[in-house]
Write a protein of this length. Structure first.
Length: 162
């Protein structure tokens, strides 16, 4: 019997959710380049992340994968790009040869490119679509709880710095 690597989907979802929280709340990627007095605190970023992820999760559950990406790209400008990037990474890690759309060595997050990528690579095959939806749903659920945990830990003074 061949030694095959089995992909743990729960681990994949948890690691992408952690990356969303790390990039938005801890590393404050959306705050770079802003004047010091306009930067948001970790609890503010955690609440905004919770809100964006909760809305995206609702769209995913009610309307599907394509609609979720469309929502994030259209309505969640700053946070949406990071969430979409991590969702695309999750899909890429499913090992279906769905490489993220690239332009000049970086992920191309322009709406037209991402939506075409989702249409061409995810929504065409029903089994892959259902697997993608399940993984993305779990990722967003974990990110939602991660954002809530950051908000609670910050407000109680238990946050770890770094």
């Amino acid at each position: 019997m061949a030694n095959q690597h089995v992909l743990n989907l729960d681990y994949l979802a948890a690691s992408r959710a952690q990356a969303i929280i790390r990039r938005i709340v801890k590393n404050k990627e959306t705050e770079r380049g802003k004047p010091e007095d306009e930067r948001k605190s970790e609890p503010q970023l955690a609440r905004e992340t919770d809100n964006a992820v909760t809305k995206a999760l609702g769209v995913l559950q009610e309307h599907g994968v394509y609609a979720c990406f469309l929502y994030l790209l259209a309505k969640e400008k700053d946070l949406g790009g990071i969430i979409v990037d991590e969702m695309l990474t999750a899909l890429q890690e499913l090992k279906f040869d769905w490489n993220k759309p690239m332009k000049q060595g970086q992920t191309d997050l322009t709406p037209e490119v991402v939506l075409k990528h989702i249409s061409d690579n995810v929504t065409r095959d029903l089994e892959r679509l259902l697997l993608a939806k399940e993984v993305l749903e779990q990722t967003l659920i974990y990110a939602r709880y991660g954002a809530k945990a950051c908000d609670v830990s910050e407000s109680q003074g238990f946050a770890q710095k770094g």
